[in-house]
Design a protein around this ligand. Structure first.
Ligand code: C2E
Ligand code: MG
Ligand code: MG
Ligand code: MG
Length: 277
């Protein structure tokens, strides 16, 4: 990748400056090309939402879904978001992408009335822009989706980047009636005092803690304390990345409300979801 090549160029001290600057020119060219390919992908309809099921852990029932973006590249096949979201964040295209995803996700949930909610990822870039609530209000009005059926996921780092601005946006979003979740919880540096004042509905325990379960006692201890913390703050808690039945069972015993992971189902296009979703 471009980043790997850049790192290599930087770390090899014997390379001449000429090579270095040539390489940088080549890399920024590559960057610009990829950026415009991504912009085209959005216009050409090559971006596609996939949906991953979310289950209630106590009853096992399917209750919701998370929308996860994919790029159907004509030559490279299905490109995961990790390969293009960082670039989209850098170029600012993420704002248009997330707005588009939000609309796709809301429309899709209307076709699945048995699901309680749809979760959509919001980049920090979009979250820190003053108009997110206006955009969400517009999408809800256009699609007719009841606001409480929409859940917006923001990462811990997006919130902690500018906690006062984040709190203000969260309050405006909550006034619309949408739900808020903190994604990848445990990987950032949330201040618990800050968290206490945030009007969020749910925390999503990062999959890195679930991966070591049930063997790793530290991961179990961390999950247990996040679950306890959530419940004492009146929040729902979801565990990401559940792959084994033992993880599902243990998290259920610890009182975790919801689960998501390959054990329940991989992200799939809506057309490939089971008919009775
Ligand atoms: P995330 O929001 O934390 O999403 C969960 C990721 O974990 C997804 O990766 C999902 O496919 C993966 N996953 C789910 N279950 C399992 C499991 O059992 N095992 C393992 N190993 N992985 C599992 P994905 O789809 O590649 O997305 C990666 C990240 O990209 C997301 O993390 C999210 O931060 C970002 N992303 C995805 N779609 C969007 C979008 O539309 N907008 C923005 N801003 N970010 C997005
Ligand atoms: Mg997410
Ligand atoms: Mg996550
Ligand atoms: Mg993640």
């Amino acid at each position: 990748s471009a980043d790997a090549a850049l790192f290599k160029a930087k770390s090899d001290g014997r390379q001449t400056y000429a090579f270095y600057s040539q390489e940088l020119t080549r890399l920024s060219q590559l960057h610009i090309e990829l950026g415009s390919a991504l912009r085209q992908a959005l216009e050409l309809g090559q971006l596609q939402p996939h949906f991953q099921p979310i289950h209630d852990l106590a009853s096992g029932r399917l209750i919701g879904a998370e929308a996860l973006i994919r790029w159907r590249h004509p030559e490279r096949g299905l490109v995961p978001p990790g390969d293009f979201i960082p670039l989209a964040e850098e170029t600012g295209l993420i704002v248009a992408i997330d707005q588009w995803m939000l609309e796709q996700a809301c429309r899709q949930l209307l076709a699945w009335p048995q699901l309680e909610f749809i979760a959509v990822n919001i980049s920090s870039r979009l979250f820190s822009r003053g108009e997110l609530d206006q955009h969400v209000a517009r999408v809800l009005a256009e699609t007719g989706l009841p606001p409480h059926k929409l859940e917006l996921e923001v990462t811990e780092s997006a919130v902690m980047f500018d906690p006062d601005a984040a709190l203000d946006m969260m309050q405006r979003l909550r006034k619309l009636g949408v739900r808020l979740a903190i994604d990848d919880f445990g990987t950032g540096y949330s201040s618990l005092t800050r968290l206490k004042n945030m009007p969020v509905n749910k925390l999503k325990i990062d999959q890195s803690f679930v991966a070591g379960m049930p063997q790793d006692h530290d991961d179990v201890a961390i999950a247990r304390s996040i679950i306890t913390l959530c419940h004492s703050l009146g929040l729902k808690v979801l565990a990401e990345g559940i792959e084994q039945p033992e993880q599902q069972e243990l998290l259920g015993l610890l009182g975790c409300d919801m689960g998501q992971g390959y054990l329940f189902g991989r992200p799939l296009p809506a057309s490939e979801w089971p008919r009775n979703a």
